[in-house]
Design a binder for this molecule. Structure first.
Ligand SMILES: NC(=O)c1ccc[n+]([C@@H]2O[C@H](COP(=O)([O-])OP(=O)(O)OC[C@H]3O[C@@H](n4cnc5c(N)ncnc54)[C@H](O)[C@@H]3O)[C@@H](O)[C@H]2O)c1
Length: 377
């Protein structure tokens, strides 16, 4: 039995996220059940060089069985494919295939393929529909929902992109069987983040089921993905285009996380492992502020904040997201954080949590960040 989550966003058509083992095989049937695609013909599947050999045949079969005419483009696996050059190659290929406004793009892969294909679809002929078929845990719990698309520039990640919601998301958990452990842990970092920001219910459920998730138990995995999708849909519904500030909570753990990725060289540690490290650091900062009550805007009880930090550490440990042994000086980390596009004006802005589901954005002066980084090592 698959799980279905409906996403309702302001001024957008509702769309469904189907989660479960085998839902990929029903992709064509599902699409035909939507009035919009009842008579659609042309489908372009965009995938990468790791995912294509594993799941393209299944995808093609599911689509051709329902009469879709399927074309395919495979890009090299990895972040460099999220570029304007690769996007331009795909736009040209689409034009050469005479794909019109009635075509449909299917993004089969992780967040790289999802962001790239979403960007291409949102811009080709001023927008053709995109269906996300995420195949990494991270893309199932995060990037396939919410409508952010992007390519990178030499100057930075995700600097060009659009907000463009998918028409359907098909998260087949059976595809996760081939996911390398490092990519699994990457998704677990985002799941942990979502649970901390969301609710006691999600956090303590995850704490209770962390060992099962670490062992990729299918029932736990499906529920964790569904909980994350519901959480993200709620945040995005309140801040679809990242303007009201609500969506900033999704950056919990990311300020230091991105800096570790930049300082250690992208790819040395997985994104999720760096986010987990950033969550540990954010909890330390929250403890610092609670101890110096005069500086605290929430008057949080230091013992309660310390208890939360310990519970969060237990969760990360149980998921296998152990503290990272990375080489980077506090100064280098600070400099990398200052370059992050989320730093506005002078002070760095951190998402801090005093407790589960109790977050706020906090500007923090450089000297306090440096001293906390020094003490954290
Ligand atoms: N749009 C958003 O809201 C959003 C949110 C978070 C992250 N992102 C973006 O997502 C990207 C990272 O996504 P990712 O972590 O999925 O990385 P990815 O797409 O690079 O996938 C990771 C690796 O796993 C391989 N892979 C994918 N599925 C597989 C499977 N089932 N079996 C075996 N191998 C498989 C890929 O080929 C790749 O080598 C980044 O570019 C990031 O900026 C976007």
């Amino acid at each position: 039995m698959a799980t279905k989550v409906m996403i309702s966003l302001p001024d957008e058509a509702d769309y469904a996220v189907r989660i479960g083992a085998g839902v990929l095989d029903a992709l064509g049937r599902n699409l035909r059940s939507f009035e919009r695609f009842a008579r659609a013909q042309d489908v372009l599947v965009i995938t990468d060089s790791n995912v294509g050999p594993l799941y393209l045949a299944r995808t093609r079969k599911a689509l051709t069985a329902e009469g879709f005419k399927v074309r395919e483009i495979t890009v090299p696996a990895g972040e460099p494919s999220k570029s304007i050059d690769v996007a331009a190659e795909i736009w040209s290929a689409m034009a050469q295939l005479s794909l019109g406004r009635d075509c449909l793009v299917v993004a089969l892969g992780g967040g790289v393929v999802g962001d790239l294909a979403g960007f291409v679809a949102s811009t080709y002929m001023r927008g053709v529909p995109v269906v996300q078929v995420p195949t990494t845990l991270l893309s199932m719990v995060d990037s396939s929902v919410g409508g952010k698309t992007a390519v990178n520039l030499p100057e930075g990640k995700n600097l060009v992109g659009t907000f463009f919601q998918p028409s359907f998301v098909c998260a087949d958990t059976s595809t996760l069987a081939s996911l390398p452990e490092r990519e699994w842990l990457c998704g677990c970092g985002e799941i942990a983040k979502s649970s901390v920001i969301d609710s006691d219910d999600f956090f303590f459920w995850l704490l209770e089921h962390a060992q099962e998730l670490a062992k990729r138990d299918p029932v736990t995995t499906e529920e964790a993905i569904a909980r994350c999708v519901v959480f993200k849909a709620d945040i995005v519904a309140r801040d679809k285009t990242e303007t009201s500030g609500v969506r900033e909570c999704l950056n919990y753990g990311h300020t230091l996380g991105h800096a570790i990725e930049a300082c250690t060289g992208f790819g040395t540690f997985s994104h999720g492992a760096c986010v987990a490290e950033g969550m540990r650091f954010a909890a330390k900062l929250a403890c610092d502020f609670a101890e110096h009550n005069a500086e605290s805007t929430t008057n949080a009880n230091p013992d309660a904040v310390a208890e939360f930090a310990a519970a969060q550490a237990d969760l990360l440990d149980a998921l296998g997201l152990v503290p990272l042994a990375y080489e980077a000086t506090p100064e280098a980390l600070l400099s990398a954080m200052k370059h992050d596009k989320k730093a506005r004006g002078g002070d760095l802005r951190f998402v801090l949590a005093d407790d589960i589901a109790t977050w706020r954005i906090r500007p923090i002066a450089d000297d306090l960040v440096l001293s906390a980084l020094t003490r954290a090592r």
